[in-house]
Design a protein around this ligand. Sequence first.
Ligand code: HEM
Length: 142
Amino acid sequence: METIQFIHSGWAYIVLLVLVIATFNALIKFFGNKEYGAIDFRFSLFALITMHIQLLIGIILWFTKGYFDEMSVGEVMKSDAVRKLAVEHPTLMIVAVALVTIGYSKHKKKLVSKPKFKLLAIFYSIALAAVLYMIPWNLWFS
Ligand code: HEM
């Protein structure tokens, strides 16, 4: 369990880095009216892959923690600290992964640069905001 938490905590650096790059790349190139190329496809794909890996590690971590084995649903919900990790963090992170997935598949279907960057910029920005909001910063850096 310690190992999985270590992996989830470490992989989060890669997720954050790749997601920031993919999001700003899309925003800058959307507003700069740039041509969509191979590197843009790669950034968006890497963000998708790293997020999905983090999702899987997170789900495994969640089960190993067994939040609901020791506490009732009511007890989990009453404790701010436990509720954040057991319920709020996983829920919003799953939403973030879903947003990246939707943005990625929608952008792939567009044939012109501007709408491709537009979809990536919108979906990845919202996902990034959700990730930044839901990272337990106090735990991560302690
Ligand atoms: C996909 C984006 C995600 C990111 C960037 C992320 C990031 C993080 C970070 C930085 C921590 C703090 C780790 C530490 O140093 O203690 C953490 C904790 C945690 N994450 Fe995630 N996470 C993500 C998704 C998920 C998902 C989908 C789940 C579960 C389904 C999950 C379950 C957990 C749990 C249970 C903890 C608490 C570990 C503890 O007790 O400290 N995470 N996450």
